[in-house]
Design a protein around this ligand. Structure first.
Ligand code: SAM
Ligand code: SF4
Length: 350
């Protein structure tokens, strides 16, 4: 696998004279996720505490700096960009960045520009995303019940999200629903979710809760529901056929024969997907995380901002990739919760 991934990346990148980003385990880095803001208009209970402190605004990269960072990664062989957050669509003037990055789709340097969103701002922005060249988006939705939605997101408006999803469909965007599997919360809704996604033509991915950041009074041991159990429940009702479809991410996909819909499972705690990892994550303050589940990072902000900084942005990126670890160290202890990663998912964007 490693060798074919490497070869494909080399073929695509050899059209340019710039050496590609290859990590110490011969994985080509072709996917960048960018958290454009760590702020959010929701407070999902598994993601954040209600009372969050956010990164200082002075440290947050401007949209022009984000464009420069993303464009440098594209020049170095990144073929897929995902804007995420926090909630990416609450960042002021975010559509400027989306349109600006769209030029790399037009030039053929980028295969895909996409967004992960909670859907709250889609009513306003879905058409603009499509105009900029976005074809597919991920929308996070953990329940189809309004009262449960209010509970899990704390601040979210279910009807607004539904209108946003409708707007995205009208704009021609393909939708994948991301649903975090939560014990005693949505374990009774998985069949409804499969039916709803099947009827609407949406792909569906279930995600296991990951131990990232302090979430106040909630504990993730209470929330953790292994996807092996969820999948067993699904099999009691649906016929799942494994497919070789991949989106470049860690999810493996099955087809639900009864609906024709595709269903994916992201199981970072029970299944190691690191061997094919092609991605790195940039925060809104210019910190590059080479692995979602490790502490090691590289600070790119000085190379971006300070013209007298001794190292170019390209050199800083290459040095960071040379430190990409082989895999993550997540774990949820059965008796005692372990929180190995002290940053929230909203900082690195998942
Ligand atoms: N706000 C956007 C959204 O919710 O889609 C984008 C950022 S959010 C951090 C990205 C994804 O991470 C969402 O699908 C969310 O459900 C998931 N997520 C957040 N915290 C998580 C955690 N601790 N474990 C697993 N998934 C998590
Ligand atoms: Fe916000 Fe997304 Fe985290 Fe929910 S999961 S609080 S929408 S960043």
């Amino acid at each position: 696998m490693k060798q074919s991934c490497y070869n494909t990346a080399m073929q695509k990148i050899s059209k340019t004279s710039v050496p590609p980003l290859i990590d110490p385990f011969e994985r080509a880095i072709t996917y960048l996720r960018v958290s454009v803001t760590d702020r959010c208009d929701f407070r999902c209970v598994y993601c954040m505490s209600e009372d969050m402190s956010f990164l200082p605004k002075a440290e947050v990269l401007t949209l022009e700096e984000l464009d420069q960072a993303c464009s440098t990664f594209v020049r170095l062989g990144v073929r897929k960009l995902r804007l995420t957050g926090g909630e990416p669509l609450v960042r002021r003037n975010i559509m400027w960045l989306v349109h600006r990055l769209g030029r790399h789709l037009d030039s053929g340097a980028l295969d895909e520009l996409t967004v992960t969103t909670n859907g709250s701002q889609l009513e306003k922005h879905a058409a603009g995303l499509a105009e900029a060249g976005v074809k597919r988006i991920n929308v996070s939705l953990d329940t189809l019940q309004k009262d449960k939605f209010s509970h899990i997101t704390r601040w979210g408006n279910f009807d607004k999200v539904m209108r946003g999803i409708d707007a995205a469909v009208s704009a021609g965007l393909s939708i994948k629903i991301n649903c975090v599997a939560l014990k005693d919360f949505n374990d009774d809704e998985i069949h409804d979710m499969v039916t709803w996604c099947g009827e609407r033509g949406f792909d569906l991915t279930f995600i296991e809760v990951m131990p990232m950041g302090d979430i106040g009074n909630e504990t993730r041991l209470d929330q953790y529901w292994p996807l092996s159990m969820l999948r067993a429940d699904l099999r009691r009702r649906w016929t799942l056929t494994e497919t070789d479809f991949r989106t470049g991410g860690p999810a493996r996909y099955w087809r639900i024969e009864e609906t024709g819909g595709r269903i994916g499972f992201i199981t970072p705690l029970t299944h190691n997907f690191c061997e094919s990892c092609n991605r790195v994550r940039l925060t809104c303050t210019g910190t590059l995380y080479m692995c979602l589940g490790q502490h090691d990072r590289a600070e790119l902000r000085n190379a971006l901002r300070d013209k007298t900084f001794p190292c170019t942005l390209e050199a800083a990126i290459r040095e960071a990739i040379s430190r990409k670890p082989e895999g993550h160290d997540f774990s949820v202890d059965r008796r005692r919760e372990v929180i190995p990663i002290d940053r929230h998912m909203s900082v690195t964007g998942g």
